[in-house]
Design a protein around this ligand. Structure first.
Ligand SMILES: NC(=O)C1=CN([C@@H]2O[C@H](COP(=O)(O)OP(=O)(O)OC[C@H]3O[C@@H](n4cnc5c(N)ncnc54)[C@H](OP(=O)(O)O)[C@@H]3O)[C@@H](O)[C@H]2O)[C@@H](O)CC1
Ligand SMILES: Nc1ncnc2c1ncn2[C@@H]1O[C@H](COP(=O)(O)OP(=O)(O)O)[C@@H](O)[C@H]1O
Length: 274
């Protein structure tokens, strides 16, 4: 049975800093950056993760990308890594890592997902890190555990789960979550959040203004930022879908992805019990 998500369903689970908070206690989020000419998507995700409250957010960059990224961020940190083992080491202390936004459709992205699966960090797998597993999706599923999250749009979903959408979006999302053994966020006008336990949530407070490049990267960052603060992945994905859509609804015409992270304080203030 599909449950519609309204703020009260997950509002009590949102993480807020207590008086003793310090930045490391508020959660560490990593975002894997792509090649030097495609760093914007990861930067959008990182900024969103920081805005939603993660205490420390780090862009994990291939060495050639680091000098491009460093002057384009402020509070977000930059950590260059060379090769999968260095990514494991850089990610050991992370609570969550986002990989995929403009990561590159190449072997390096596969190796990086494999490396991250060896860490304790929960993974948010998006965009290129989904598409690169087309035709070999079981290789991806074998790396995941129940707290990991896949965030496909319908094109990416079709690449990982060919033909499944023919059963309808809801049945497809549920079957996908069971098959992958993790949370599946099937994005679109209505976004579905399905778990391997057979539960599914629907988010339909979206806005057509979200249909613009980079908004999915922001959603991945919000999910990662909430998981990093200790939310269970299914609750984080459910809350993130609502918060992301609400940020867009409040902005309206002219929205571009860059606007979304900076709308988060207004949305969060409306949810803050303090
Ligand atoms: N600032 C940056 O650097 C940004 C970088 N970005 C990066 O760009 C890369 C490409 O990402 P992408 O999502 O545009 O393309 P991709 O997944 O390769 O395939 C697109 C094809 O899939 C299909 N399709 C079907 N349903 C669909 C749906 N609901 N939504 C969308 N597509 C749907 C559709 O096929 P059609 O229906 O046209 O036959 C369409 O032609 C990726 O690395 C991403 O991270 C972006 O994040 C933006 C900001
Ligand atoms: N017509 C729409 N109504 C509501 N939400 C939409 C609509 N179109 C797209 N979205 C939302 O916008 C985001 C687009 O993500 P995605 O397709 O991954 O874009 P990108 O890869 O460019 O970041 C998703 O969260 C999706 O649910």
């Amino acid at each position: 049975m599909k449950s519609a998500i309204q703020p009260p369903a997950w509002k009590a689970l949102l993480p807020w800093p207590g008086p003793e908070a310090h930045k490391h206690a508020r959660g560490r989020l990593g975002v894997v950056c792509g090649p030097p000419n495609r760093t914007g998507a990861a930067r959008l995700a990182a900024r969103a993760g920081l805005r939603v409250g993660a205490g420390v957010v780090t862009l994990l960059c291939p060495p050639a990308s680091a000098p491009i990224v460093a002057p384009a961020v402020e509070a977000v940190m930059v950590h260059p890594f060379e090769g999968p083992q260095a990514l494991v080491e850089a990610s050991q202390a992370m609570n969550a890592v986002v990989i995929g936004p403009a990561a590159g459709l190449d072997q390096a992205t596969i190796e990086n997902v494999r490396a991250l699966a060896r860490t304790k960090a929960a993974l948010v797998v998006d965009a290129d890190a989904l598409s690169i597993f087309e035709g070999r999706s079981q290789d991806l599923f074998d790396l995941l555990d129940t707290q990991d999250v896949l965030t496909p749009h319908e094109g990416e979903f079709q690449r990982l789960f060919p033909g499944l959408l023919d059963a309808g979006r809801e049945a497809a999302a549920l079957r996908a979550a069971r098959t992958a053994g993790c949370i599946v966020v099937l994005k679109g006008r209505e976004t579905l959040i399905a778990g391997p336990d057979g539960r599914i949530h629907s988010n339909d407070n979206g806005s057509p203004w979200l249909a613009t490049a980079g908004t999915g990267d922001v959603l991945a960052g919000i999910i990662g930022g909430l998981i990093a603060q200790g939310m269970a992945s299914v609750d984080a994905a459910t809350a993130a879908a609502w918060i992301h859509a609400e940020a867009a609804r409040g902005f309206g015409p002219g929205l571009i992805a860059e606007d979304l992270p900076d709308r988060l304080p207004a949305v969060l203030s409306g949810l803050y019990p303090g």
